[in-house]
Write a protein that binds this ligand. Structure first.
Ligand code: MSP
Length: 509
């Protein structure tokens, strides 16, 4: 029986270094996974790499390597990226692993036996240079584009999967279900399905592509890479064993917009239908980061390499930027100016400074620990009211994948805390002998401390490392769930806090 929230990323092609797009997808999925854990759910989070197919073989050949050599070099980079960005995945799958290949071959055999895979001649135009079939409609004035080099008409036998047989079932399913988030992308799927669809060629002759999973019923062929890759989502959770039922159906496949149609929204559901397996609950489709790498590194010294960004600014700063700047589903631009401005304004000056102020002032003026907030005047009431509103809003925003807005609300609250600090000016109150001023000083620091705690706990899905540091400084442990953790309390009363800490150092201009 399903008892686990199951979420996956796409598996990245293992033919080069991970880039910012890969980093984003992992961070986004991680934010969802961490949020669900904080909501008390058991979570299984899968990521991994896609190692077969033409792309990998071609890159390997260009580097005078075998495909295994190439993917064995690249795999650790993706694992390292996950560690560097604090990705909390539970499993990392490589499609070259036996656990995966066995499941792919089992599924192929089953579908072949059931008659959903058949052999048929295929006639088409083939670019020898690009090693791929090209479409008649790509000809310009009767000529093939230069990049294809010599194009020959060939006929070869291949194996086909009966996509067409299940198309109407898929159309019906989409008619009655919200399957794709954001929903406008589901319309792209239904639009695509308005045209007739061909059966899917799921084999490549070994003579042409010697790198892939051999077909169990004909070893002269390897499996088409997408057919192989999609199966990772079920091979990793032990398809065919009772364990599988704990996670499946998957709650969300997180993918980029480029691989929705036809791979995830047509091939994959139909493959599952043919296998008699329930369909995924949902596809969470994100947009793309547009990047002009060269311009970036020349103008500012900021590169878009996720490793160097995390190294220089900290993983949480990169995570914050990616989540704050991307409205899930839309595209976004990465510019050095924007990155630095978020880093300096939001993280260093707004949040970092506030924490520093608190530690500094409470260290100096409250050596016996945080006192009770005994004053309740308008500024105090306003802060508490704003939090109550923020808390209500962020639950909904997290639930609806509006993470950028959730962060916006939390940081608006942090700005309000800084404004409150300016109004009460505890550094001035500390100079006064008036007991009323002392009360105000104590109250203001209690309010700031609790405010920081709440904002920090709310940011945990996005900034887990910072959360651990700040909560540690406040004498708190990192909560496993949000239950009871996001409401205003006086739990910090009596605490003495850690030393001053620079959370986001080296602010730049
Ligand atoms: N191997 C296939 C996926 C197979 S899933 C069964 C693949 N790999 S990929 O490396 O090209 O892309 C992996 C993921 O990264 C995709 O979801 C893709 O959309 C995402 N991104 C690649 N470049 C991106 C950006 N510039 N911005 C955001 N995401 C991007 O496709």
């Amino acid at each position: 029986m399903k008892d686990t929230f199951y979420i996956t990323t796409a598996i990245d092609y293992a033919n080069g270094r991970p880039h910012l797009g890969h980093a984003y997808e992992k961070v986004l999925t991680d934010v969802v996974a961490r949020h669900r854990r904080l909501m008390g759910e058991r979570v299984h989070f899968l990521t991994g790499i896609d190692e077969h197919g033409q792309k990998i073989l071609q890159t390997a050949q260009a580097q005078n390597k075998t495909p295994e050599e190439l993917t064995n070099e690249v795999a650790p980079l993706f694992v390292e990226l996950c560690a560097k960005l604090h990705i909390s995945h539970d499993d990392f799958i490589r499609t070259s692993e036996t656990r995966h290949k066995d499941v792919v071959r089992k599924i192929l055999s089953d579908l072949f036996e059931a008659g959903d895979i058949y052999k048929s001649p295929y006639r088409g135009f083939y670019s020898v240079r690009q090693e791929q079939f090209v479409l008649e409609k790509e000809r310009v004035d009767g000529k093939w584009p230069e990049i294809y080099g010599e194009v020959v008409e060939i006929e070869e036998e291949n194996y086909f999967f009966r996509l067409g047989k299940y198309k109407e079932r898929l159309v019906e399913f989409l008619h009655g279900n919200i399957f794709v988030f954001p929903y406008f992308r589901q319309k792209q799927v239904t639009e695509f399905l308005k045209d007739p669809i061909n059966d899917l060629c799921i084999s490549r002759p070994k003579s042409r592509l010697p790198w892939g999973i051999p077909l169990p019923f004909d070893e002269d062929y390897v499996t088409y890479v997408w057919f192989d890759a999609l199966i990772n989502y079920i091979s990793a959770i032990k398809y065919g064993t009772p364990d599988f039922e704990k996670c499946w159906p998957v709650d969300f496949h997180v993918i980029g917009k480029d691989i929705l149609v036809p791979a995830h929204a047509v091939y994959w559901p139909i493959m599952l239908m043919a296998m008699g397996v329930p369909l995924p609950k949902s596809l969470l489709v994100h947009g793309w980061w547009h990047i002009s790498g060269e311009k970036l590194s020349k103008s500012s010294g900021v590169t878009v390499d996720p490793f160097s960004l995390a190294e220089e600014f900290g993983a949480d700063a990169l995570r914050y930027f990616l989540i704050r700047e991307m409205n899930v589903g839309q595209d976004s631009n990465f510019t050095a100016e924007l990155f630095l401005s978020r880093y300096n304004a939001d993280l260093a000056n707004n949040y970092g400074n506030l924490v520093n102020r608190l530690l500094n002032l409470s260290g100096k003026h409250l050596p016996d620990g945080l006192a009770t907030a005994s004053v309740t005047e308008e500024p105090e009431a306003e802060v508490k009211q704003l939090w109550a509103k923020t808390e209500a809003e962020i639950h909904e925003l997290f639930e609806g994948f509006q993470f950028h807005s959730a962060l916006d609300r939390i940081f608006t609250f942090i700005t309000a805390l800084n404004r409150y600090a300016e109004i009460r000016a505890p550094w001035k109150l500390a100079k006064s002998d008036d007991p009323e001023d002392r009360k105000l000083l104590e109250t203001s620091l209690a309010l700031l401390a609790e405010g920081i705690r709440l904002a920090t706990v709310a940011c945990l899905p996005v900034m887990p490392e910072t959360g651990q540091r700040v909560l540690g400084l406040l004498g708190e442990t990192v909560p496993q769930t949000w239950e009871g953790e996001l409401t205003w309390s006086d739990r910090l009363t009596g605490r003495t806090f850690g030393e001053r800490a620079i959370l986001f150092p080296r602010p730049r201009t």
